[in-house]
Design a protein around this ligand. Structure first.
Ligand code: NAD
Length: 285
């Protein structure tokens, strides 16, 4: 069994992004800029935003965070997004989800300029992904694809089973695998007999949010397991959705949690923001 080391790869990617930021600055005088919108006091969301901000600092991005109270109005968030859309120093806009219940999240995501949609959540970019056109791809599944590439794992022709079908993880994961010529099955909460499907997987990708959802009897020998889940166990430790201790014995490759997909998500946010900055810089020349 070999670990898919997302931490090491993310550090490598950060170094490349950092070097490219210096180059962009030398050539154009511009540095990539990321605006983050955080609504409310959820500690996990605040921690993610903090990690993203630190990563921006490490690679030399300009970053600004708009922290808003839980009871903020739809209009106030929309005004901030419009401002960021119009701000030439901002190349990427990230809205930390989930938003509070009084907010219409779809309307908010649709307001982001698709050329600054570094999370890839705007329906324009979702459409481009499903039609296999270049655009912005959600960071977590994009990070998984980079991790597979790093270890020369080609999904082409493989049975890939994605467990979890959210708009930010499962669905774009499935689209990317399909674009890479894999055979893709998508499972979710209403899937009957999950094990029947997971046993079919050459590559099993799980992003659900349920500790120990995948146990060793649910996978075949030599499976490749990508654990996208991030959960806080009773002892305070971060764990994924896979019973790592037992499932890993049957795997050819597996991602650890933490240190697998998580760091790749942040690395892809940096690389998407750099991509947006390069496109915006080329429009200004
Ligand atoms: P979500 O709640 O939006 O979606 C969960 C999905 O899992 C749904 O499609 C649901 O149908 C499915 N599901 C729920 N229970 C199930 C079950 N018992 N069997 C099969 N399917 C089931 O969650 P999300 O935002 O997609 O996040 C999923 C997990 O991925 C969470 O643990 C989250 O913390 C993690 N996550 C990790 C990263 C990262 O960077 N590694 C990024 C985003 C999300």
């Amino acid at each position: 069994m070999q670990l898919l080391d997302g931490k090491a790869l993310s550090q490598k990617i950060e170094q490349t992004v950092s070097a490219e930021v210096k180059e962009l600055k030398a050539q154009t005088g511009l540095v990539p800029g990321l605006a983050v919108i955080l609504v409310g006091q959820d500690p996990a969301s605040a921690a993610y935003v903090n990690m993203k901000k630190k990563a921006c600092d490490r690679v030399g991005f300009y970053s600004v965070s708009h922290e808003m109270p839980e009871d903020i109005s739809q209009e106030a968030i929309e005004n901030t997004i419009t401002m960021m859309n119009d701000n030439q120093n901002i190349d990427g806009i990230l809205i930390q989800l989930p938003l509070p219940p009084q907010i219409d999240t779809t309307k908010i995501l649709e307001l982001v300029d698709p050329s600054k949609d570094v999370d890839g959540f705007h329906p324009y970019n979702v459409g481009r992904l499903t039609t296999n056109l270049d655009g912005f791809v959600p960071c977590t599944p994009l990070g998984v694809m980079e991790l597979l590439k790093e270890y020369n794992i080609d999904p082409k022709g493989k049975n890939c089973v994605v467990v979890g079908a959210s708009n930010i993880v499962g669905k774009p994961m499935a689209a990317l695998l399909l674009n890479a010529d894999a055979t893709v099955e998508i499972c979710h909460i209403f899937t009957d007999d999950l094990k029947k499907h997971t046993l079919d997987a050459d590559i099993l990708l799980v992003g659900v949010g349920v500790i120990n959802l995948i146990t060793e009897d649910m996978v075949k020998d030599d499976v490749i397991v990508i654990d996208i889940g991030i959960n806080r166990a009773k002892n305070g430790k971060l764990v994924g959705d896979v019973d790592f201790a037992n499932v890993s014995k049957k795997c050819s490759y597996i991602t650890p949690v933490p240190g697998g997909v998580g760091p790749m998500t942040i690395a892809m946010l940096l690389s998407n923001t750099l991509k947006a900055a390069k496109i915006n810089a080329s429009k200004r020349v």
